[in-house]
Write a protein that binds this ligand. Sequence first.
Ligand code: MG
Length: 166
Amino acid sequence: MKPFPPYRVGFGYDIHRIERDRPLVLAGVTIPSQFGLAGHSDADVMTHAIADAILGAGGLPDIGHYFPPSDPSIKGIDSQKILAKARNEVEAMGYQIGNIDCTLIAEGPRIGPFRDQMKSALGETLGLPANRIGIKATSNEELDDLGQLLGMAAHAVCCLISRESV
Ligand code: MG
């Protein structure tokens, strides 16, 4: 059956607390940092938001449904595996990912120098060229808990295109 509608959009959001003595993994890249993020997986907040945007575009449940935090077998899981699962789910519905866009909200460190690496890490998992992946960051202007570097958050959107329409 022809996938319908031909285009779909999805939104994803995630937040993780800062944790000392953990690697900081963002969009599939380990960033040199004094701290990382707490979480059951590698705590890659950007990748989680993107995966939820993809699943949301498909009208599917969130990543917690596919990777429940209560499952000990996925402790420390590489979040690119979570992202690959999201891709596989929407591809099985007859869609391909058109583009994704993600904004990190963090007081630091600066991710600009890692943007190209992030695009290639995500692009490899999603089968997308760099020009269909948006990676952006903003500070929280020292406001609230994100602004006090107690955590990092990410927002993401995704466009799916029916394979029949390309
Ligand atoms: Mg998460």
